[in-house]
Design a binder for this molecule. Structure first.
Ligand code: UGA
Length: 443
């Protein structure tokens, strides 16, 4: 293709792969996205995004209409003459905390069997340090034709809910390569984005991804740890965080204490790095601590509520927020997935509301009886609060933040609120007559 426009293939159309593919197309490259799921491919061909992500659907449609992006299950034709193939398939966590690399291996093998030209294979999926050396060896072992193939590491830093924006306006692009050919090609592919590029070797690139995510997870767990102490000694974590944030060495982001971090990345990546350390005979104590604090944090409010009542059995409990954060329908490692089963086990009648997460939650916990408890879904926060004895907030959706404190007294049987996201002003809640428990602040 011309100087800066390349023929690219992307393996996997989850968050990482699909968003990367669409953004590469937006930058003028010719992109083919490959997925094994025929139904998903058919859906994407109609311009329908399989994931809920701001701005994605419009960009999919635009680049499809303008002929720069295609979707297929036929990996062979997508890979055979690609200049570069980006791998964005999942690396789910195994029970021991290590990463499951079977999807990567499957794609690597398909690439080895398909490519007819020299090709750079770029791994975007988060993989343990050293994996890309093995991916390169694996492809070379199975290579059918006499072509040059190299593997580069190009970790992804997008967050769910702002994935398109994070990709188009990333703070940095990390490129991990082992040859000048690979470095120059990948740099050239990213040139139209006009973003800072940090070029390092492959293992450092792999480590940058884990070290960055685990640092952010550590920051959250640190704030949660301090928040718990604040409660005991009469301080307020929101004020403490505000005071800390003026120091640029600390920064103002990711200082929000809450019900713990969830999602598909921090829980998995903290465990994976701790596991990698263990495999190398080293104990990564800071990251272990971040994991332990987070595990305890998720049930912090449940424990408080259990101590406050003789029993939760038969109580109507409103749950506002099911997703692991706002702006997504993703439930992975969400606080709701730990707390709702505990509430049901205790025989509570849970009435849940979430602006987009209810369908996914209902697949796991359909409306109806669950042991001694029951599960119901409401069509609004107000409906969920109606007649409730207790309310838990697990996700900081703006529409919850916008609720007036008076709603809790008007709608609930007893205005008793456990807010896992510190959405409200304590004084406002007191004035409205709500018994308000939050994280790291005085009740
Ligand atoms: C995270 C990182 O932010 C991205 O940079 C990274 O690329 C991504 O993982 C990944 O590895 O793919 P994500 O999991 O989508 O992105 O979501 P975040 O916005 O980081 O939130 C993660 C969790 O931390 C959420 O449960 C959120 O509620 C919690 N959180 C975040 C806090 O409890 N406090 C904070 O101050 C910030």
């Amino acid at each position: 293709m011309d100087n800066h426009h390349y023929k690219l293939a992307v393996a996997g159309t989850g968050y990482v792969g699909l968003v990367a593919g669409v953004c590469f197309a937006e930058m003028g490259h010719q992109v083919t996205c490959v997925d094994i799921d025929e139904q998903k491919v058919a859906q994407m061909r109609q311009g329908i995004s399989p994931i809920y992500e701001a701005g994605l659907q419009q960009l999919m449609q635009k680049n499809y209409d303008e002929g720069r992006i295609q979707y297929t299950t036929d990996y062979q034709s997508a890979y055979k003459d690609a200049d570069a193939i980006f791998i964005g398939v999942g690396t789910p966590e195994k029970p021991d905390g290590s990463a499951n690399l079977t999807h990567i291996a499957t794609v690597a093998r398909q690439i080895a069997e398909s490519i007819e030209n020299d090709c750079l294979v770029v791994v975007k999926s988060t993989v343990p340090v050293g994996t890309n050396d093995k991916v390169e060896q694996f492809i070379q072992d199975f290579l059918v034709r006499d072509v040059k193939v190299e593997v580069a590491s190009n970790p992804e830093f997008l967050a769910q809910g702002s994935a398109v924006h994070d990709t188009l306006y990333a703070e940095r692009i990390i490129i991990g390569t082992e040859s000048e050919w690979a470095r120059a090609l990948l740099t050239s592919i990213y040139e139209p984005f006009d973003l800072p590029i940090v070029s390092v070797n492959r293992r450092s690139a792999e480590m940058i991804k884990y070290a960055s995510n685990d640092f952010l997870a550590l920051k959250i767990s640190y704030m949660n740890d301090i928040a718990n102490l604040c409660e005991l000694v009469g301080a307020d974590i929101s004020d403490v965080a505000r005071g800390m944030s003026y120091d640029p060495r600390i920064g103002s982001k990711f200082l929000n204490a809450g019900i713990g971090f969830g999602g598909s990345c921090f829980p998995k990546d903290t465990k994976a790095l701790a596991y990698l350390a263990g495999q190398n005979g080293y104990e990564l104590r800071t990251v272990r601590a971040a994991i332990d604090v987070n595990d305890a944090q998720k049930t912090m409010l449940y424990k408080k509520a259990s101590e406050r009542h003789i029993t939760l059995n038969g109580l109507k409990i409103a749950v506002l927020g099911l997703t692991f954060k706002p702006g997504t329908d993703d439930l992975r490692e969400a606080a709701s997935l730990v707390n709702v089963p505990l509430l049901l086990e205790q025989g509570a009648n849970v009435v849940a509301y979430d602006p987009v997460g209810m369908d996914n939650f209902a697949k796991l916990y359909p409306a109806g009886a669950h042991g001694n408890g029951t599960m119901t879904y409401a069509s609004s926060s107000k409906e969920a609060l109606d007649g409730a004895n207790v309310c838990f907030i697990f996700t900081e959706w703006d529409e919850f933040r916008a609720l007036s404190p008076a709603i809790f007294t008007e709608k609930m049987w007893t205005p008793l609120l456990y807010d896992g996201r510190n959405l409200f002003d304590i004084a406002d809640m007191r004035k409205a007559g709500v018994e308000y428990h939050s994280i790291g602040r005085q009740p």
